[in-house]
Design a protein around this ligand. Structure first.
Ligand SMILES: C[S@@+](CC[C@H](N)C(=O)[O-])C[C@H]1O[C@@H](n2cnc3c(N)ncnc32)[C@H](O)[C@@H]1O
Length: 223
């Protein structure tokens, strides 16, 4: 079992008190995922979207997060919503145990390539063939504020797009092709993309990329 490196510390303290704002499009979800589906909300935080799905009538939704503090908060704020803390991989579920998975604003919190790959590959294992991954994250921005911080931190972290926030967080924005590649290499084929703007947990407005993808082959198999 490996433990993601970035989750400790910030996400047990400062990050666990933040308000998450990265929105889900319920109509897009409904187009690909029926209310009867078994849905995994990976990196659920305090269960914001897990609870939203339950409120939308999704009958079987499970939120999983690495942060004990966030899962505890979620249980307080959303009693009755199914939330579980899992600190590493593999997650304790059979291959293909879920019809769909959400991965919302999680990769932006994971700075290392290998940890990002491990997350999306694990979702490739857990979503059944024909099932759906709905990922939403923050691509590289082109405004001067973001470009300046990407450049400032590129040498320290070895990756353009990684940056620190003044409160101790480390975040990453990604080339869109990297997000598409992670999805593809985990055995999914994109069926829809959406781009719009969202608020970040630090109150900035950024462009985001959402990808809905269907699982067409086992994670790791080329195709
Ligand atoms: C910005 S929050 C988003 C939470 C939720 N998906 C939402 O949209 O409300 C990012 C989440 O990723 C989790 N996280 C941070 N680093 C992680 C890592 N290395 N591996 C897996 N999850 C991580 C945090 O615990 C946190 O719950």
């Amino acid at each position: 079992m490996t433990t993601p490196q970035d989750a400790a510390g910030f996400w047990e303290t400062t990050g666990a008190a933040k308000t998450f704002t990265h929105p889900l499009d319920p109509r897009l979800l409904a187009e690909f995922v029926p209310r009867t589906a078994r849905v995994l909300d990976y990196g659920c935080g305090y269960g914001r979207l897990t609870a939203e799905l339950a409120g939308l009538g999704y009958r079987s939704v499970l939120g999983v997060d690495v942060s004990a503090a966030l899962v505890e908060r979620g249980r307080r704020e959303h009693p009755g919503v199914d939330l579980m803390r899992c600190a590493g991989f593999p997650l304790p579920f059979e291959d293909g145990a879920f019809d769909a998975a959400l991965l919302f604003a999680v990769l932006t919190c994971v700075r290392q390539d290998a940890d990002q790959t491990a997350i999306v590959q694990e979702l490739g294992r857990l979503v059944r063939p024909g099932g759906v991954l709905y990922l939403s994250d923050v691509p590289l921005q082109s405004d001067p504020f973001n470009r300046e911080r990407y450049e400032r931190f590129a040498q320290r972290y070895g990756t353009y797009g990684v940056f620190e926030t003044p409160d101790g967080g480390v975040f990453r924005h990604h080339p869109p092709e990297r997000l598409r590649g992670l999805v593809r290499e985990a055995g999914f084929e994109a069926v829809r993309e959406q781009q719009d703007t969202v608020r970040t947990l630090d109150g900035h407005t950024v462009g985001r990329l959402a990808i809905v993808a269907r699982r067409v082959r086992p994670a790791g198999a080329s195709g």
